[in-house]
Structure formats: C-alpha cells, structure tokens
Design a protein around this ligand. Structure first.
Ligand code: ADP
Length: 168
C-alpha cells in the first residue's frame, strides 16, 4: 500500500496541479494532497478555502484526499505514513529548486522518495501566480482552473479586494 503525498501552496489549485494529482492517483494506492498552512509567501486564499477548492476538484477520485500541514514536509509525510512525495516539474527553473529540496529532504528522511512528474505540455506555463495575475486584470481563466476556482477568483479579486489589498 503506497501513499503519495502531494504538498504545495495551491493558492489556488490549477488544472496543472489537478493533472499531476490524477496521474499520481493512477500510479499510487492513495494520494494525499497537502496544503501548506504557513508558507513564507503572501496568499490570496485562506487555507480552508484552498483545501475546499482542491476537494471539489478531485471528488471523482476516491483514492485522493486533502489535508493541511504546518511542519516540515518530511515530518508530515512520516506522520501520515507516506512513502513518496510528489512534485510537478514545469521548466528548468522548477528543476533547480526541486533538486535542492529533494536532496535536503533525502538527508532528513532517506526512507522517503521524491517522485517528480513532468507537467503536461499544455500546462507547462501554468502557475497559481500567473492565474492570479491575469485574473486580477480581468482575463478569462476558465481554461486554466476548474469553474469553481474561476468563480472564487472573481469574488476574491472583485474591485477593492484582491492582490493589491493582500500585499498592503
Ligand atoms: P509550492 O509553493 O510548494 O511551489 P505550488 O502550489 O506552487 O506550491 O506547487 C505545488 C507543486 O505543483 C510544485 O511541485 C509545482 O512545481 C507543481 N506545479 C505547479 N503548477 C504546475 C503545473 N502547471 N503542472 C505541473 N505541476 C505544477
């Protein structure tokens, strides 16, 4: 029984994240998508809402569940009995960071393997930040995120709210 942990900020979840999750769900017995509860970066959506958006997106996948964590990723992986950590790779820039993190994590928990899945070609340009940036400027993001996420973005980025508000 292999449990794979897919950690990230998911602010918000995109079709690229969902593609990685679904592909991991075909490879492993159980996938736990874990929302990092205290990332260093500023976030648009609170943790509970980020989790709920993922839950809605993966509800057709019975072996996928969603949780939150605020410790070291490998510590949390041990806690939930995950043998694998999943990460997605889009470009060389991701590779450098993931390579470094995988080695650090390996030092901390040599029994846990990091498995990187290549982003689907049509999502290789897609990030939560770019989605927020273009949504804030009124662009249509319906091809990039599930409909309920597009709706949440519209609500959060309504005039007077949103990214500028967050960073003040
Ligand atoms: P983090 O703050 O941990 O980078 P993200 O939510 O931005 O959190 O990303 C979580 C993981 O998903 C990372 O491994 C990232 O590289 C991967 N990822 C992000 N966008 C995509 C995408 N479009 N296709 C595949 N993987 C992606």
């Amino acid at each position: 029984m292999i449990t794979a942990l897919y950690p990230g900020s998911f602010d918000p979840v995109t079709n690229g994240h969902i593609d990685v999750t679904v592909r991991a769900a075909r490879l492993f017995d159980r996938v736990l998508v874990a929302v990092y509860d205290r990332p260093a970066k500023r976030l648009l959506f609170p943790t509970e809402q980020r989790m709920e958006m993922i839950r809605q997106a993966v509800r057709d996948w019975p072996n996928v569940s969603v949780d939150r964590y605020d410790t070291l990723t490998v510590e949390y992986a041990r806690q939930v009995g995950a043998q694998v950590i999943i990460r997605g790779l889009r470009a060389l820039t991701d590779f450098e960071l993931e390579f470094q993190m995988a080695h650090i994590n390996h030092r901390l928990a040599p029994e846990i393997e990091v498995v990187c899945l290549m982003a689907a070609q049509h999502y290789s340009f897609l990030s939560s930040s770019i989605v927020k940036e273009i949504a804030a400027l009124g662009a249509d993001v319906t091809d990039l995120v599930p409909p309920h996420v597009a709706q949440a973005l519209r609500e959060s980025l309504a005039p007077g709210r949103g990214l500028r508000h967050q960073s003040e």
